[in-house]
Design a protein around this ligand. Structure first.
Ligand code: PXP
Length: 252
């Protein structure tokens, strides 16, 4: 059964629109946890466009589930993570001009640099997950980097037309299976919605889905706790049969 990580970045985006103190992701994390979130995720971006350093420091003290810190693979961010000690670091690619994270990390081209950062973080007891596209070469390089986890990028699946979506789903099922054969544990996220999440939650071996935008959008209508509860129902009991790869089901 997959668990649910709730990404709170958008709460900070609203606050930063006025550079004021509300809404506060630190306060609202409690409602996400009451709604059934198994973890809280925030992305501390280099440009601090939404989440601020103070948010991460306070969330570290207040989150009662697990705190997953998304960040770029830079020495500034590694130093922050080493000081704050989140329960997991997810390394993501970051471009200043992007609206949101575009594509997975190219682990293949930065394998040596990533090896150093993964070993620093994991040496300090912080498990590292690499946000990657479900491609064999990226998964193999992720394993060589020493990371114990990958987060498979679900953006292509989420954006695919209905006729292409089964193909993208198959890539994610295959990627999950390959990652697990390499000894990696598997999360996924990006672009997931109430409408498309169930097939991903049903993938054998999938451990956690990180979801933000769609839950924050629904929260405007029904409140955050209820929006998280509705997503938790879908993620924990998906009404969708996995297409194939059922052999891994026994392990999950
Ligand atoms: N996972 C990663 C690595 C992300 O960068 C994001 C977006 O910040 C998410 C998951 C959540 O994506 P969404 O907001 O589209 O649900």
């Amino acid at each position: 059964m997959a668990s649910l990580g709730i990404n709170l970045d958008h709460i900070a985006t609203v606050r930063q629109a006025r550079r004021t103190v509300e809404p506060d992701p630190v306060h609202l994390a409690l409602l996400a946890e009451l709604g059934g979130a198994d973890g809280i995720t925030v992305h501390l971006r280099e440009d601090r466009r939404h989440i601020q350093d103070r948010d991460v420091q306070l969330l570290r003290q207040t989150v009662r589930t697990r705190l997953n810190l998304e960040m770029a693979a830079t020495s500034e961010m590694v130093a922050i993570a080493l000081a704050i000690k989140p329960d997991m670091v997810t390394l993501v690619p970051e471009k200043r001009e992007e609206v949101t994270t575009e594509g997975g990390l190219d682990v293949v081209s930065q394998e040596t640099a990533l090896q150093g950062q993964v070993s620093q973080l994991q040496g300090a007891g912080i498990p590292v997950s690499l946000f990657v596209d479900p491609e064999r070469q990226q998964l193999q390089a992720s394993q060589r980097s020493g990371a114990r986890w990958v987060e498979l990028h679900t953006g292509s699946y989420a954006e695919a037309s209905w006729s292409q979506q089964p193909l993208e789903l198959a890539r994610l099922i295959e990627g999950t299976s390959e990652a697990r054969q390499l000894g990696l544990r598997v999360n996924a996220g990006h672009g997931l919605t109430y409408q498309n999440v169930e097939p991903i939650a049903a993938i054998p071996g999938m451990e956690e889905l990180n979801i933000g935008h769609t839950v924050m959008a629904r929260a405007m209508a029904v409140g955050l706790q209820e929006a998280v509860r509705q997503m938790k129902d879908l993620v924990s009991s998906p009404r969708h049969e996995p297409l194939f790869g059922a052999g891994l089901a026994a392990e999950s």
